[in-house]
Design a protein around this ligand. Structure first.
Ligand code: LLP
Length: 408
Protein backbone atom coordinates (compact mmCIF):
# COMPACT_ATOMS: atom_id res chain seq x y z
CA UNK A 1 0.00 0.00 0.00
CA UNK A 2 1.24 3.48 -0.81
CA UNK A 3 2.01 5.67 2.18
CA UNK A 4 1.34 9.30 1.37
CA UNK A 5 3.92 11.86 2.41
CA UNK A 6 2.61 14.94 4.25
CA UNK A 7 3.35 17.03 1.16
CA UNK A 8 1.41 14.64 -1.11
CA UNK A 9 -1.52 14.86 1.32
CA UNK A 10 -1.39 18.66 1.14
CA UNK A 11 -1.23 18.51 -2.65
CA UNK A 12 -4.25 16.20 -2.77
CA UNK A 13 -6.25 18.49 -0.51
CA UNK A 14 -5.42 21.48 -2.65
CA UNK A 15 -6.47 19.53 -5.76
CA UNK A 16 -9.83 18.77 -4.12
CA UNK A 17 -10.14 22.43 -3.29
CA UNK A 18 -9.21 23.66 -6.75
CA UNK A 19 -10.90 21.05 -8.96
CA UNK A 20 -13.61 19.61 -6.74
CA UNK A 21 -14.46 15.94 -6.44
CA UNK A 22 -14.67 13.18 -7.61
CA UNK A 23 -11.20 13.48 -9.11
CA UNK A 24 -8.42 11.10 -10.01
CA UNK A 25 -4.98 12.51 -9.24
CA UNK A 26 -1.82 10.93 -10.68
CA UNK A 27 1.74 11.55 -9.50
CA UNK A 28 4.22 11.46 -12.39
CA UNK A 29 7.14 10.70 -10.09
CA UNK A 30 5.62 7.37 -9.04
CA UNK A 31 5.18 6.23 -12.63
CA UNK A 32 8.74 7.22 -13.52
CA UNK A 33 10.02 5.39 -10.42
CA UNK A 34 8.17 2.19 -11.36
CA UNK A 35 9.47 2.28 -14.93
CA UNK A 36 13.05 2.79 -13.74
CA UNK A 37 12.71 -0.07 -11.26
CA UNK A 38 11.66 -2.48 -13.96
CA UNK A 39 14.23 -1.22 -16.46
CA UNK A 40 16.95 -1.63 -13.85
CA UNK A 41 15.98 -5.20 -13.05
CA UNK A 42 15.75 -6.14 -16.71
CA UNK A 43 18.95 -4.43 -17.74
CA UNK A 44 21.31 -6.74 -19.57
CA UNK A 45 18.46 -8.37 -21.48
CA UNK A 46 17.75 -7.41 -25.08
CA UNK A 47 14.48 -5.80 -24.09
CA UNK A 48 11.41 -3.94 -25.22
CA UNK A 49 8.88 -2.62 -22.73
CA UNK A 50 5.33 -2.05 -23.86
CA UNK A 51 2.71 -0.34 -21.73
CA UNK A 52 -0.68 -2.06 -21.48
CA UNK A 53 -2.65 1.14 -21.93
CA UNK A 54 -5.90 -0.46 -20.78
CA UNK A 55 -4.64 0.21 -17.26
CA UNK A 56 -4.81 3.99 -17.69
CA UNK A 57 -4.82 5.94 -20.93
CA UNK A 58 -4.82 9.50 -19.57
CA UNK A 59 -2.86 11.73 -21.98
CA UNK A 60 -0.08 12.68 -19.52
CA UNK A 61 0.35 9.04 -18.53
CA UNK A 62 0.69 8.06 -22.19
CA UNK A 63 3.13 10.91 -22.85
CA UNK A 64 5.26 9.75 -19.94
CA UNK A 65 5.40 6.25 -21.41
CA UNK A 66 6.37 7.70 -24.80
CA UNK A 67 9.11 9.84 -23.26
CA UNK A 68 10.43 6.80 -21.38
CA UNK A 69 10.77 4.94 -24.68
CA UNK A 70 8.00 2.42 -24.08
CA UNK A 71 5.82 0.90 -26.78
CA UNK A 72 2.12 0.10 -26.50
CA UNK A 73 -0.05 -2.98 -26.09
CA UNK A 74 -3.30 -1.87 -27.77
CA UNK A 75 -6.42 -4.01 -27.73
CA UNK A 76 -8.99 -2.00 -29.70
CA UNK A 77 -8.95 0.22 -32.80
CA UNK A 78 -9.47 3.31 -30.64
CA UNK A 79 -6.58 2.42 -28.33
CA UNK A 80 -4.42 1.84 -31.40
CA UNK A 81 -5.37 5.07 -33.16
CA UNK A 82 -5.02 7.11 -29.96
CA UNK A 83 -1.52 5.74 -29.33
CA UNK A 84 -0.46 6.51 -32.90
CA UNK A 85 -1.90 10.03 -32.73
CA UNK A 86 0.05 10.60 -29.52
CA UNK A 87 3.22 9.79 -31.44
CA UNK A 88 4.02 6.16 -30.63
CA UNK A 89 5.86 4.75 -33.66
CA UNK A 90 3.99 1.95 -35.48
CA UNK A 91 6.78 -0.51 -34.89
CA UNK A 92 6.46 -0.07 -31.14
CA UNK A 93 2.76 -0.94 -31.05
CA UNK A 94 1.36 -4.46 -30.87
CA UNK A 95 -2.33 -5.00 -31.58
CA UNK A 96 -3.78 -7.73 -29.37
CA UNK A 97 -7.54 -7.37 -29.90
CA UNK A 98 -9.46 -10.31 -28.53
CA UNK A 99 -11.85 -12.00 -31.00
CA UNK A 100 -10.58 -9.63 -33.66
CA UNK A 101 -12.89 -8.80 -36.55
CA UNK A 102 -11.88 -8.51 -40.20
CA UNK A 103 -12.38 -4.76 -39.93
CA UNK A 104 -10.04 -4.54 -36.92
CA UNK A 105 -7.44 -6.69 -38.67
CA UNK A 106 -7.43 -4.38 -41.72
CA UNK A 107 -7.47 -1.28 -39.50
CA UNK A 108 -4.23 -2.28 -37.75
CA UNK A 109 -2.52 -3.76 -40.78
CA UNK A 110 -3.19 -0.70 -42.96
CA UNK A 111 -1.45 1.41 -40.32
CA UNK A 112 1.56 -0.91 -40.33
CA UNK A 113 0.95 -2.23 -36.81
CA UNK A 114 1.74 -5.85 -36.09
CA UNK A 115 -1.07 -8.16 -35.08
CA UNK A 116 -0.92 -10.48 -32.11
CA UNK A 117 -3.27 -13.29 -33.08
CA UNK A 118 -4.90 -15.49 -30.47
CA UNK A 119 -7.16 -17.67 -32.63
CA UNK A 120 -6.33 -20.16 -35.39
CA UNK A 121 -9.23 -18.93 -37.52
CA UNK A 122 -7.91 -15.36 -37.36
CA UNK A 123 -4.43 -16.56 -38.33
CA UNK A 124 -6.04 -18.25 -41.32
CA UNK A 125 -7.96 -15.13 -42.37
CA UNK A 126 -4.87 -12.98 -41.86
CA UNK A 127 -2.93 -15.38 -44.10
CA UNK A 128 -5.63 -15.18 -46.76
CA UNK A 129 -5.71 -11.38 -46.65
CA UNK A 130 -1.97 -10.72 -46.24
CA UNK A 131 0.04 -13.74 -47.45
CA UNK A 132 3.77 -13.44 -46.95
CA UNK A 133 3.45 -11.11 -43.92
CA UNK A 134 4.93 -11.18 -40.46
CA UNK A 135 2.78 -11.79 -37.42
CA UNK A 136 2.89 -12.54 -33.68
CA UNK A 137 0.84 -15.34 -32.13
CA UNK A 138 -0.52 -15.43 -28.61
CA UNK A 139 -0.09 -18.82 -26.98
CA UNK A 140 -1.91 -20.29 -24.03
CA UNK A 141 0.66 -22.32 -22.15
CA UNK A 142 -2.03 -23.52 -19.72
CA UNK A 143 -0.39 -21.88 -16.70
CA UNK A 144 -2.49 -18.98 -15.42
CA UNK A 145 -2.29 -16.73 -12.34
CA UNK A 146 -3.80 -13.55 -10.92
CA UNK A 147 -5.34 -11.79 -7.93
CA UNK A 148 -8.85 -13.05 -8.79
CA UNK A 149 -10.25 -15.74 -11.07
CA UNK A 150 -11.73 -13.02 -13.32
CA UNK A 151 -8.25 -11.82 -14.27
CA UNK A 152 -6.59 -15.16 -15.04
CA UNK A 153 -5.96 -15.26 -18.78
CA UNK A 154 -4.38 -18.64 -19.43
CA UNK A 155 -5.32 -22.21 -18.66
CA UNK A 156 -7.87 -24.74 -19.89
CA UNK A 157 -10.84 -22.52 -19.15
CA UNK A 158 -9.42 -19.30 -20.55
CA UNK A 159 -10.64 -17.84 -23.85
CA UNK A 160 -7.23 -16.29 -24.55
CA UNK A 161 -4.48 -17.50 -26.84
CA UNK A 162 -3.92 -20.59 -28.96
CA UNK A 163 -3.25 -23.65 -26.81
CA UNK A 164 0.40 -24.75 -27.07
CA UNK A 165 -0.98 -28.17 -27.96
CA UNK A 166 -2.07 -26.66 -31.31
CA UNK A 167 1.35 -25.43 -32.40
CA UNK A 168 1.38 -27.81 -35.38
CA UNK A 169 -1.78 -26.14 -36.66
CA UNK A 170 -0.07 -22.73 -36.34
CA UNK A 171 2.85 -23.96 -38.45
CA UNK A 172 0.48 -25.48 -40.94
CA UNK A 173 -1.38 -22.20 -41.49
CA UNK A 174 1.86 -20.20 -41.54
CA UNK A 175 3.33 -22.50 -44.19
CA UNK A 176 0.24 -22.37 -46.33
CA UNK A 177 0.24 -18.56 -46.49
CA UNK A 178 3.99 -18.03 -46.16
CA UNK A 179 3.51 -16.14 -42.93
CA UNK A 180 6.57 -15.46 -40.82
CA UNK A 181 5.90 -15.91 -37.12
CA UNK A 182 8.24 -13.26 -35.76
CA UNK A 183 6.77 -13.04 -32.26
CA UNK A 184 5.33 -15.30 -29.59
CA UNK A 185 3.17 -13.77 -26.89
CA UNK A 186 1.57 -14.79 -23.67
CA UNK A 187 -0.21 -12.95 -20.88
CA UNK A 188 -1.28 -15.24 -18.07
CA UNK A 189 -3.15 -12.88 -15.77
CA UNK A 190 -2.96 -9.78 -13.62
CA UNK A 191 -1.88 -8.87 -10.10
CA UNK A 192 0.66 -11.69 -9.89
CA UNK A 193 2.94 -11.66 -6.84
CA UNK A 194 4.12 -15.23 -7.28
CA UNK A 195 7.26 -15.13 -9.40
CA UNK A 196 7.58 -18.92 -9.44
CA UNK A 197 4.29 -19.39 -11.27
CA UNK A 198 5.18 -16.56 -13.62
CA UNK A 199 8.43 -18.30 -14.49
CA UNK A 200 6.64 -21.62 -14.91
CA UNK A 201 4.39 -19.98 -17.51
CA UNK A 202 7.28 -18.22 -19.26
CA UNK A 203 9.25 -21.45 -19.49
CA UNK A 204 6.36 -23.15 -21.32
CA UNK A 205 6.53 -20.44 -23.98
CA UNK A 206 10.31 -20.59 -24.17
CA UNK A 207 10.13 -24.36 -24.70
CA UNK A 208 7.45 -23.88 -27.33
CA UNK A 209 9.58 -21.27 -29.10
CA UNK A 210 12.08 -23.89 -30.25
CA UNK A 211 9.97 -24.81 -33.28
CA UNK A 212 9.67 -21.17 -34.45
CA UNK A 213 12.77 -20.44 -36.49
CA UNK A 214 12.20 -16.80 -37.41
CA UNK A 215 11.42 -15.30 -34.02
CA UNK A 216 12.50 -11.75 -33.34
CA UNK A 217 10.76 -11.43 -29.97
CA UNK A 218 9.08 -13.33 -27.19
CA UNK A 219 6.55 -11.21 -25.34
CA UNK A 220 5.99 -12.62 -21.86
CA UNK A 221 3.10 -10.26 -21.10
CA UNK A 222 2.33 -8.12 -18.08
CA UNK A 223 0.75 -9.15 -14.81
CA UNK A 224 3.26 -7.91 -12.25
CA UNK A 225 1.40 -7.15 -9.03
CA UNK A 226 1.65 -4.33 -6.52
CA UNK A 227 0.79 -4.34 -2.80
CA UNK A 228 -2.65 -2.92 -1.97
CA UNK A 229 -3.03 -3.87 1.70
CA UNK A 230 -1.04 -2.37 4.56
CA UNK A 231 0.43 -5.76 5.45
CA UNK A 232 1.27 -6.76 1.88
CA UNK A 233 4.84 -6.52 0.56
CA UNK A 234 5.93 -5.40 -2.87
CA UNK A 235 6.75 -7.87 -5.57
CA UNK A 236 9.93 -9.61 -4.46
CA UNK A 237 12.34 -8.18 -7.00
CA UNK A 238 15.25 -10.32 -5.86
CA UNK A 239 13.29 -13.47 -6.62
CA UNK A 240 12.13 -11.81 -9.87
CA UNK A 241 15.83 -11.41 -10.77
CA UNK A 242 16.75 -14.92 -9.72
CA UNK A 243 13.74 -16.84 -11.04
CA UNK A 244 12.93 -14.84 -14.17
CA UNK A 245 15.60 -12.39 -15.30
CA UNK A 246 18.63 -14.67 -14.93
CA UNK A 247 17.02 -17.65 -16.72
CA UNK A 248 15.83 -15.30 -19.49
CA UNK A 249 19.39 -14.03 -19.91
CA UNK A 250 20.60 -17.61 -20.11
CA UNK A 251 17.93 -18.42 -22.69
CA UNK A 252 19.03 -15.49 -24.83
CA UNK A 253 22.70 -16.43 -24.47
CA UNK A 254 21.95 -19.99 -25.61
CA UNK A 255 19.61 -18.99 -28.43
CA UNK A 256 20.97 -19.38 -31.95
CA UNK A 257 19.42 -16.13 -33.21
CA UNK A 258 21.43 -12.94 -32.74
CA UNK A 259 18.55 -10.52 -32.62
CA UNK A 260 15.93 -12.08 -30.39
CA UNK A 261 14.54 -9.79 -27.73
CA UNK A 262 12.29 -10.24 -24.73
CA UNK A 263 9.24 -8.04 -24.34
CA UNK A 264 7.26 -7.30 -21.20
CA UNK A 265 3.95 -5.39 -21.27
CA UNK A 266 2.85 -4.36 -17.77
CA UNK A 267 0.04 -1.98 -16.99
CA UNK A 268 -0.66 -2.07 -13.26
CA UNK A 269 2.98 -2.16 -12.17
CA UNK A 270 3.63 1.20 -13.85
CA UNK A 271 0.55 3.18 -12.89
CA UNK A 272 -1.43 1.68 -9.99
CA UNK A 273 0.50 3.33 -7.18
CA UNK A 274 0.52 6.72 -8.89
CA UNK A 275 -3.22 7.28 -8.60
CA UNK A 276 -5.53 8.50 -5.84
CA UNK A 277 -9.28 8.87 -6.24
CA UNK A 278 -10.50 11.89 -4.29
CA UNK A 279 -14.08 11.91 -3.04
CA UNK A 280 -16.14 14.10 -0.76
CA UNK A 281 -17.96 12.69 2.26
CA UNK A 282 -21.57 13.77 1.72
CA UNK A 283 -23.30 11.82 4.45
CA UNK A 284 -22.36 10.01 7.64
CA UNK A 285 -25.15 7.71 8.70
CA UNK A 286 -25.43 5.51 11.78
CA UNK A 287 -27.23 2.33 10.77
CA UNK A 288 -28.30 -0.33 13.25
CA UNK A 289 -25.04 -2.25 12.97
CA UNK A 290 -22.86 -0.21 10.62
CA UNK A 291 -21.78 3.39 10.17
CA UNK A 292 -21.94 4.43 6.52
CA UNK A 293 -19.73 7.16 5.12
CA UNK A 294 -21.45 8.10 1.86
CA UNK A 295 -19.33 9.81 -0.80
CA UNK A 296 -19.86 11.58 -4.11
CA UNK A 297 -18.06 8.81 -6.04
CA UNK A 298 -18.53 5.04 -6.12
CA UNK A 299 -18.37 1.82 -8.12
CA UNK A 300 -18.96 3.77 -11.34
CA UNK A 301 -15.54 5.35 -10.78
CA UNK A 302 -13.63 2.51 -9.16
CA UNK A 303 -15.27 -0.83 -9.80
CA UNK A 304 -12.47 -3.03 -8.45
CA UNK A 305 -13.95 -3.53 -4.93
CA UNK A 306 -17.37 -4.46 -6.37
CA UNK A 307 -15.99 -6.55 -9.21
CA UNK A 308 -13.17 -8.47 -7.55
CA UNK A 309 -13.61 -7.70 -3.85
CA UNK A 310 -10.35 -5.76 -4.20
CA UNK A 311 -8.86 -3.89 -1.28
CA UNK A 312 -8.04 -0.21 -1.71
CA UNK A 313 -6.78 1.71 1.29
CA UNK A 314 -8.96 4.67 2.24
CA UNK A 315 -7.50 7.67 4.05
CA UNK A 316 -9.23 10.67 5.51
CA UNK A 317 -7.13 13.44 3.99
CA UNK A 318 -8.83 16.29 5.81
CA UNK A 319 -8.88 14.72 9.28
CA UNK A 320 -5.81 12.46 9.28
CA UNK A 321 -5.31 12.59 13.04
CA UNK A 322 -8.92 11.96 13.98
CA UNK A 323 -9.67 8.94 16.20
CA UNK A 324 -10.12 5.78 14.17
CA UNK A 325 -13.67 4.55 13.73
CA UNK A 326 -15.09 1.73 11.68
CA UNK A 327 -17.07 2.49 8.52
CA UNK A 328 -18.51 1.13 5.35
CA UNK A 329 -17.23 3.72 2.90
CA UNK A 330 -19.77 3.73 0.12
CA UNK A 331 -20.71 5.60 -3.06
CA UNK A 332 -23.81 7.32 -4.39
CA UNK A 333 -24.83 4.64 -6.90
CA UNK A 334 -28.06 2.68 -6.59
CA UNK A 335 -26.48 -0.72 -6.01
CA UNK A 336 -25.48 -2.48 -2.81
CA UNK A 337 -22.14 -3.49 -4.36
CA UNK A 338 -21.31 0.21 -4.41
CA UNK A 339 -18.50 0.46 -1.86
CA UNK A 340 -14.85 1.34 -1.50
CA UNK A 341 -14.31 -0.34 1.87
CA UNK A 342 -16.37 -2.40 4.28
CA UNK A 343 -16.00 -2.59 8.03
CA UNK A 344 -12.83 -0.51 7.74
CA UNK A 345 -11.03 1.57 10.37
CA UNK A 346 -10.52 5.12 9.08
CA UNK A 347 -9.66 8.35 10.93
CA UNK A 348 -13.04 9.79 11.95
CA UNK A 349 -15.04 10.75 8.87
CA UNK A 350 -17.22 13.84 9.12
CA UNK A 351 -19.57 15.27 6.54
CA UNK A 352 -17.43 17.56 4.37
CA UNK A 353 -14.22 15.53 4.72
CA UNK A 354 -12.16 14.56 1.68
CA UNK A 355 -11.07 10.97 1.34
CA UNK A 356 -8.37 9.47 -0.84
CA UNK A 357 -8.79 5.97 -2.22
CA UNK A 358 -5.22 4.83 -2.78
CA UNK A 359 -3.43 2.81 -5.45
CA UNK A 360 -6.19 3.56 -7.91
CA UNK A 361 -4.01 4.55 -10.89
CA UNK A 362 -4.57 1.29 -12.79
CA UNK A 363 -7.99 -0.01 -13.88
CA UNK A 364 -9.66 2.90 -12.10
CA UNK A 365 -10.52 5.63 -14.57
CA UNK A 366 -10.15 3.25 -17.52
CA UNK A 367 -12.99 1.08 -16.15
CA UNK A 368 -15.23 4.01 -15.24
CA UNK A 369 -18.82 4.11 -16.42
CA UNK A 370 -21.45 6.82 -16.40
CA UNK A 371 -23.98 4.55 -14.66
CA UNK A 372 -26.82 6.51 -13.04
CA UNK A 373 -25.92 9.30 -15.50
CA UNK A 374 -23.13 10.52 -13.29
CA UNK A 375 -20.10 11.99 -14.97
CA UNK A 376 -16.71 10.35 -14.95
CA UNK A 377 -14.33 11.95 -12.45
CA UNK A 378 -11.98 14.75 -13.42
CA UNK A 379 -8.31 13.83 -13.85
CA UNK A 380 -5.39 15.84 -12.50
CA UNK A 381 -1.71 15.35 -13.24
CA UNK A 382 1.02 16.25 -10.76
CA UNK A 383 4.30 16.69 -12.58
CA UNK A 384 7.51 15.62 -10.87
CA UNK A 385 8.31 19.36 -10.67
CA UNK A 386 5.17 19.84 -8.56
CA UNK A 387 3.22 21.60 -11.31
CA UNK A 388 -0.45 20.68 -11.31
CA UNK A 389 -2.65 20.33 -14.42
CA UNK A 390 -6.27 19.48 -14.92
CA UNK A 391 -5.92 16.93 -17.70
CA UNK A 392 -9.61 16.08 -18.04
CA UNK A 393 -12.58 17.90 -16.57
CA UNK A 394 -15.75 16.30 -15.25
CA UNK A 395 -18.85 16.68 -17.39
CA UNK A 396 -21.56 19.08 -16.28
CA UNK A 397 -25.18 17.96 -15.95
CA UNK A 398 -25.93 19.79 -19.21
CA UNK A 399 -23.13 17.92 -21.02
CA UNK A 400 -24.33 14.56 -19.67
CA UNK A 401 -27.88 15.33 -20.79
CA UNK A 402 -26.72 16.53 -24.22
CA UNK A 403 -24.73 13.28 -24.63
CA UNK A 404 -27.77 11.19 -23.77
CA UNK A 405 -30.10 13.17 -26.00
CA UNK A 406 -27.75 12.87 -28.97
CA UNK A 407 -29.55 14.06 -32.09
CA UNK A 408 -33.06 13.72 -30.61
N1 LLP B 1 -1.20 -7.64 -21.75
C1 LLP B 1 -2.42 -8.10 -22.01
C2 LLP B 1 -2.67 -8.83 -23.26
C3 LLP B 1 -3.46 -7.89 -21.09
O1 LLP B 1 -4.68 -8.35 -21.34
C4 LLP B 1 -3.20 -7.18 -19.90
C5 LLP B 1 -4.26 -6.96 -18.91
C6 LLP B 1 -1.89 -6.69 -19.69
C7 LLP B 1 -0.91 -6.95 -20.64
C8 LLP B 1 -1.52 -5.90 -18.48
O2 LLP B 1 -1.72 -6.58 -17.29
P1 LLP B 1 -1.18 -5.92 -15.92
O3 LLP B 1 0.30 -5.77 -16.04
O4 LLP B 1 -1.85 -4.62 -15.76
O5 LLP B 1 -1.56 -6.91 -14.89
N2 LLP B 1 -9.27 -5.03 -14.45
C9 LLP B 1 -8.38 -5.93 -13.74
C10 LLP B 1 -7.13 -6.22 -14.51
C11 LLP B 1 -7.42 -6.81 -15.89
C12 LLP B 1 -6.18 -6.96 -16.73
C13 LLP B 1 -6.53 -7.26 -18.14
N3 LLP B 1 -5.42 -7.47 -19.00
C14 LLP B 1 -8.08 -5.33 -12.36
O6 LLP B 1 -8.53 -4.24 -12.06
O7 LLP B 1 -7.43 -5.98 -11.55
Amino acid sequence: MTILTPSQRETLLSCADQFGTPTYVYFEETIVRQISTLKEHLSGLPLRLLYAMKANHAVPVMKTMLREGLGIDAVSPAELEYALQLGFPVDRVLFSANNMTDGEMHFATKRGVMLNVGELSRLESFGQAYPGSSVCVRLNGQVGAGHHEHVITAGDKSKFGIPVEQIDAIHDIANRYELTIVGLHQHIGSGIMDTETLWQAISVILDASVSFKDLRFINVGGGLGIPYRPDESSLDMSSFDRLIVEPLKQFIADHPSEDLSIWFEPGRFFTAQSGVLLAHVNTVKEGTVRTFAGTDSGMNHLVRPAMYGSYHHVVNLSNPDGPEKTYDVVGNICESSDFFAKDRAVAELREGDIIGVLDAGAYGMSMTTTYNMRSEPAEVWIESSGDIHLSRPRKSVDEMVADALGSH
